[in-house]
Design a protein around this ligand. Sequence first.
Ligand code: PGA
Length: 279
Amino acid sequence: MYVKIEPDYDALSQRAARVVADLVRRKPNAVLGLATGSTPEGLYAHLIRIARDEKLDFSRVTTFNLDEYEGLPASHPESYRSFMQRNLFDALGLTNDQTNLLSGMSSDPATECANFEAKIRRAGGIDLQILGIGSDGHIAFCEPGSSLAGRTSLVALHPQTIADNARFFDKEDDVPRKAMTMGVGTILEARSCLILAKGSAKADVWAKMIEGPVSSQLPASALQLHPWVIAISDTVAASKLKHGDYYKHMDRELADQPVLPHWVFQPELDPRAAMLASR
Ligand code: PGA
């Protein structure tokens, strides 16, 4: 993992946006995996600014979102489709054809999830997957106990996640109980991952993700098995890391190296290409 520690939320957001912007500049038909939640909002705001200032063209980009609440229509203000329209898609002029989210209103979640996986494969796979981390260690909505080989499926949200997300709804009872989400196995197939964390509420879980054992009890720890994960946090979220000074040293020493792996641009060189092609 490339662990990077920035002084504050704005700095981490700016750095993360730069990773995405540089990818789109070098690969205008990039496939982006996107996340919702409060953490990536700053990344999206900076990306919109960079796109405007540097005339970045997003017209050939394809996006896939990690997850969607079950039972919320796309038009609901707290659906993840609405979140993405508000925070990114409208400003970048991304069309419905370019942007893929699971439908929370599907009457057949298993087929909806299987079709979503097939679409990712048809798009050629995800080049860069953006992620946040839940205070219970989830990525996407893969809650503790999720299979680390799991595929996109319908899941029941952990009570901790329902409590955490209650702030977006009038009351906790309004938070959906279920969601459709990419599985950890789906996420691990992305060519590169960019996971972000801010604030003291994430300090424990961030240290466990990076330095703890790989365990389905903390699904984010499965990212230790991925060949290219960039993990950017602010100083507060990084405060429980044992090797924080080493990560800062590594960041300085490798400052002249590419931020993304060469196989994002030449997928046939992905060290996992044979395994992925057989899927
Ligand atoms: P947050 O959520 O960014 O709102 O903290 C992260 C997540 O649950 O993945």
